[in-house]
Design a protein around this ligand. Structure first.
Ligand SMILES: [Zn+2]
Length: 760
């Protein structure tokens, strides 16, 4: 669903004081969680596995799956699900389709016009291109719209709000411009799209337009499609604006339970996750006349895009009329679920997924990830026939309904919640793929595992391991010398934390199943995201055209799944988790300090008359208001818990090493693994995060005002960001309790390992 690569820079460079023991598996025969003997066996099977994925087949699968539009409820969506099912079955998987019935509205009518100062009616239409053979499948294409916008008919002045994030509204206030009663126009980017109508509504706006500025994914970057990869004049980004960060993802009518046939459903009016105001996405072709008509202050420099106009904030004399209606139908989603039964620990589940539904043809999103999933399934099926018996049960899922907002994965996981909490070892997600560097987000207990796998997969362009290439990228792009040094001396590179915008959310944030999200990217630009031009023609001209990174992804994910399924002891490493907790603790400390300093300085400048003195009477700015300086927050409980976790994680590493060197009794390990797989669950709090109980993980959450981008220790961090310091103070012990429970658990398991090593 989303573009992810850019965030690697943000999270790859946080320095860390405290390293785990060497987590490297490079040049070391033993894999994490395997004895020497079982490592050798595992490597043999992995060698066989890695030789199987075939770029030619990836090409064929993509051509088939993206041949026609396949959004939720469309004929080809069902057709694809049935085809995927048949493939899994032909490769020896025990597979079936699980159907759910979800609220998925599509447009009945869309109108956007400017009535003053000059009349203009927006086209709201992406033209077919002669050279692009699937772009003319008009009768099957969904119109351009934002799903879960409410019906509405509003006429109002227009205000340009930059990216429409909270900081932009602070700037607007200083410019003396209000959006009360206005329709806002925001650029795509810098937040998840659903944040834009939400923040606009909080400030009193009654309608929201979102457009793609050419600076962000159009001609500013490269030539536009079909000459180049970027968004053409009339190209539009469809997408969901469900307000899931403040409420819940998945079917609006069945929060927390599976949307099965007989499920008890809410009335639509009681659904909590619909967008608050009518919202419509538009092209820069349609946006230009609207923006050009704005008067009022000239937009701040950082707000301006690449259109050949002077960007004004507005409002001015222009009046805009926005009218949208939707059909509010319940539609089926078809999750394809395949299974290979585990041999000795069948009640431990390794789950792997990628969605199959798209906004239109969706060659990049999601098919480029789905085709790797299929090659993994074929390769695992092949070695299974040759005698490979995974210890644990492997479940492969081709999700439907991800684009509207994680419908298929959420409803499936909610339906199987009890089993997942009992049996879930890990969930491994992908969602599209491109050329370049491996990016990896995930639960930090899985960080060492991913690093180990990445060391064992070859990059198809650079001829080095994908681990080394990602490491070098991080070093080169680190923010300063200290960050570079930290990367160079740490054995593992860091996983980015999990935000949202793709199918791992219910697993990690709601159920506490340790999750990963993997993919390659960073080398090719594109501006076809969620448009009719995200198709086979575009992908095979401008992305991973020979599917060598599709093969690398199938190798990377396949090895990850195999190690999770085969390890003698589940391959979690808690010292990596402990490092992450220490990072977050430092970050929230620093965040509060910066807030205190900023407000102190601002108050001083107000008292000294600085804002008054520098004001330009021809372009006046409203000074900020005096604010109370944020109080200190007592982080000590979290610091103590973090120290306890660091200590027990270290103990665990030593104890595990000793056990793996000795003769292990597999019966004892089975019981140990049953216990270990619950370790991520301890990081949940049953009451969830403040004002959003669906999100139960105390360390990772989607940002309230960033959406896809993660917020770690959200209860503390977002309370500070939103200036609710008493709430931050209240949240510290809740986060500390989760970390402390984890520390106690890890210590118990380490003690059990000690006993095993001593032969007791
Ligand atoms: Zn996707």
């Amino acid at each position: 669903m989303r573009r992810l690569f850019a965030v690697m820079l943000m999270f790859g460079t946080v320095s860390s004081q405290c390293f785990g023991q060497s987590a490297s598996s490079a040049g070391n025969d033993s894999l994490l969680g395997f004895t020497g003997q079982s490592s050798a066996q595992e490597r043999q099977w992995e060698g066989k596995y890695k030789s199987i994925p075939d770029p030619k087949l990836l090409w064929d699968y993509m051509q088939r799956l993206s041949a026609r539009p396949h959004h939720v409820g469309s004929p080809y969506d069902k057709d694809n699900a049935e085809w995927i099912l048949a493939q899994l079955q032909s490769w020896g998987w025990d597979a079936k389709i699980e159907q759910f019935d979800v609220l998925f509205p599509t447009p009945k009518s869309r109108l956007l016009e400017m009535t003053a100062p000059t009349p203009f009616t927006a086209k709201l239409e992406e033209p077919a291109l002669a050279i692009d053979p699937t772009s003319n499948q008009k009768s099957e294409q969904l119109p351009t719209y934002n799903a879960y916008s409410p019906d509405g008919d509003v006429t109002a002045p227009l205000v340009f709000v930059n990216y429409g994030i909270p900081a932009d509204y602070e700037e607007l206030e200083r410019l003396g411009v209000s959006v009360k009663g206005a329709i806002v126009i925001a650029k795509y980017g810098h937040s998840w799209r659903g944040v834009k109508p939400r923040v606009a509504w909080e400030h009193g706006a009654i309608g929201c337009l979102i457009y793609s500025d050419p600076q962000d994914d159009g001609y500013f970057e490269d030539k536009t499609f079909p000459e180049g990869p970027m968004r053409p004049t009339e190209g539009v980004q469809r997408g969901s604006v469900m307000d899931f960060p403040h409420s819940y993802p998945g079917d609006p009518l069945t929060p927390g339970i599976g949307a099965t046939k007989d499920a008890k459903r809410l009335d639509i009016k009681d659904a909590k996750n619909l967008a608050p105001i009518p919202t419509l996405p538009i092209s820069y072709g349609d946006a230009t006349p609207l923006l050009k008509a704005l008067t009022g202050p000239v937009a701040p420099e950082s707000w301006r895009g690449s259109l050949p106009i002077t960007y004004h904030v507005g409002p001015g004399a222009s009046k805009v009329h926005l009218a949208v209606t939707f059909d509010w139908k319940i539609r089926p989603v078809y999750d394809v679920i395949g299974r290979i039964q585990g041999s000795s620990e069948a009640d431990e589940w390794v789950v792997r997924g990628n969605h199959h539904d798209a906004w239109v043809n969706g060659a990049e999103d999601p098919v480029s990830g789905q085709v790797s999933l299929l090659e993994e399934a074929r390769a695992l099926g092949t070695i299974h026939k040759q005698g490979w018996q995974p210890r644990r049960t492997i479940i492969y899922a081709a999700w439907d309904g991800e684009e509207p907002m994680l419908l298929g994965s959420t409803e499936w996981a909610e339906t199987h919640a009890v089993e997942l909490q009992q049996h879930g070892v890990a969930y491994v997600n992908t969602d599209g793929n491109g050329r370049g560097f491996l990016y990896a987000e995930g639960a930090h207990s899985l960080e060492a595992l991913v690093n180990g796998v990445a060391r064992d997969v070859q990059d198809p362009e650079a001829g080095i391991s994908v681990w080394q290439r990602s490491e070098d990228y991080r070093i080169h792009n680190a923010k300063d010398a200290e960050a570079r040094q930290a990367i160079r001396t740490r054995p593992d590179w860091k996983l980015m934390p999990l935000g949202s915008g793709t199918d791992y959310t219910v697993f990690e944030h709601h159920l506490g199943v340790a999750s990963l999200n993997l993919g390659f990217g960073g080398e090719d630009k594109g501006g076809i995201y969620h448009s009719i031009y995200d198709d086979f023609y575009w992908y095979t001209h401008f992305s991973d055209t020979d599917f060598v990174y599709g093969k690398a992804l199938a190798q990377t994910v396949g090895l990850t799944v195999m190690r999770l399924a085969d390890a003698d002891v589940l391959p979690y490493r808690f010292s990596n988790l402990s490092d992450a907790v220490n990072d977050y603790l430092k970050e929230v400390h620093e965040l509060l300090k910066q807030k205190q300093e900023k407000i102190k300085e601002q108050n001083r400048e107000l008292e000294d008359g600085v804002y008054k003195a520098i004001n330009d009477p021809r372009r006046p700015k409203v000074p900020p208001k005096q604010e109370p300086v944020p109080p200190y927050v007592n982080f000590a409980p979290l610091q103590n818990a973090a120290d306890a976790l660091a200590k027990s994680a270290e103990h665990y590493n030593k104890a595990l090493t000793a056990v793996m060197k000795g003769n292990v009794d597999p019966a004892k390990l089975g019981a140990l693994n049953d216990k270990l797989l619950t370790s991520e669950r301890l990081l949940l709090n049953p009451d969830g995060l403040p004002s959003r109980p669906y999100y139960k993980h105390m360390l990772y959450a989607p940002g309230l005002y960033s959406g896809y981008a993660p917020k770690t220790v959200s209860g503390i961090r977002e309370s500070i960001e939103l200036k609710d310091y008493p709430l931050a103070e209240h949240e510290v012990p809740r986060v500390a309790k989760a970390v402390n429970d984890e520390a106690i658990f890890v210590e118990q398991v380490a003690t059990e390992l000690d006993k095993m090593a001593a032969g007791k």
